[in-house]
Design a protein around this ligand. Structure first.
Ligand code: PDD
Length: 288
């Protein structure tokens, strides 16, 4: 089946989807994005994702290209045209096309691209054995709370993970404190059984999966603390995992080639992963 992309008002074959070379996304990474999981054809937590998109638009002083309702229609139409059942929908907005000048153009017209694709379930071993992570210095800018397409430091960190046979890179600041994953939020369970993840700030992206899992932890009665933790704490943790729209909750059992605890996925991580799947399935059922 040939894929279809939505580009500025038109549904076009993916292979022919184009943006202008003066698009500020191409020239300056001057744009924002969202990745939303699709479960049985339904977008998971679409409103929280679009709330975060609105926030990114405001922080970037960009114009919304259309109403939320219209955006949802485009996203669902892209999902439908690509026969996506379980996968992701990707939405990218850039500040528009203008002659190259660092300052914002006078009358920018936000450019819109939407793609969607099926994603295979993670290999069973990822969940049964957990995944490996490496650490990398967090060399990003001071506004990691904005979901911008400016992801070069994240790409460099992810590449370091790949070159070491790891699933994710855990970013660590100059004080030895964990910020987040290169494309995920980081969590630990302490030796005394407390679930810990960093509070939202300009230093991390406030993950939508993260928010859903905080709610799940509260509901399930898992003791929870929202605070920063050091790399040393992560190495000594009872469990670790990362969360995102594409990883859900993924147990991390090795960090820089050393096992975390007994090197097996933790019970809380697996319990939260299952509860998160139920959270996704419930939305698909409600939409059916
Ligand atoms: N990344 N932190 C970073 C730096 C991320 O890029 C992401 C998501 C997250 C988790 O956010 P959420 O739970 O809303 O997916 C945290 C997406 C999946 C990506 O770039 O593909």
């Amino acid at each position: 089946m040939s894929r279809i992309a939505y580009v500025n008002g038109r549904y076009v074959p993916h292979s022919q989807a184009r943006v202008h070379i003066d698009d500020r996304g191409y020239q300056f990474a001057d744009g924002i994005y969202e990745v939303c999981a699709v479960c049985d054809g339904t977008m998971v937590d679409d409103d929280p994702h679009l709330d975060r998109l609105d926030r990114s638009l405001r922080e970037m002083r960009m114009e919304a290209p259309m109403s939320r309702a219209a955006l949802k229609v485009v996203m669902y139409e892209t999902i439908r045209r690509n026969l996506v059942k379980d996968g992701i929908v990707y939405l990218q907005l850039t500040r528009g096309v203008a002659p190259r000048d660092h300052a914002f153009p006078k009358n920018p017209k936000t450019q819109v691209v939407v793609t969607a694709r099926n994603v295979k379930p993670h290999p069973a071993a990822y969940v049964e054995e957990g995944v490996k992570a490496v650490t990398a210095p967090d060399i990003r800018w001071g506004r990691c709370d904005i979901k911008t397409i400016s992801l070069l430091p994240n790409c460099i960190a992810k590449q370091a993970a790949r070159e070491n046979g790891a699933y994710e890179a855990i970013l660590v600041d100059e004080k030895g404190v964990v910020t987040e994953g290169s494309s995920s939020n980081a969590w630990i369970v302490t030796q005394d059984g407390k679930l810990v993840t960093r509070a939202p700030s300009n230093e991390i992206l406030n993950g939508i999966t993260r928010l859903a899992i905080i709610e799940i932890a509260r509901r399930e009665g898992v003791p929870f603390e929202e605070r920063a933790f050091t790399l040393e704490e992560m190495r000594r943790a009872r469990e670790a995992f990362v969360t995102s729209a594409s990883s859900f909750a993924m147990p991390v059992t090795q960090l820089d080639d050393k096992p975390i605890a007994n090197g097996k996925p933790g019970t809380i991580a697996l319990r939260i992963r299952e509860a998160y799947f139920r959270h996704m399935a419930a939305q698909a059922e409600a939409a059916a």
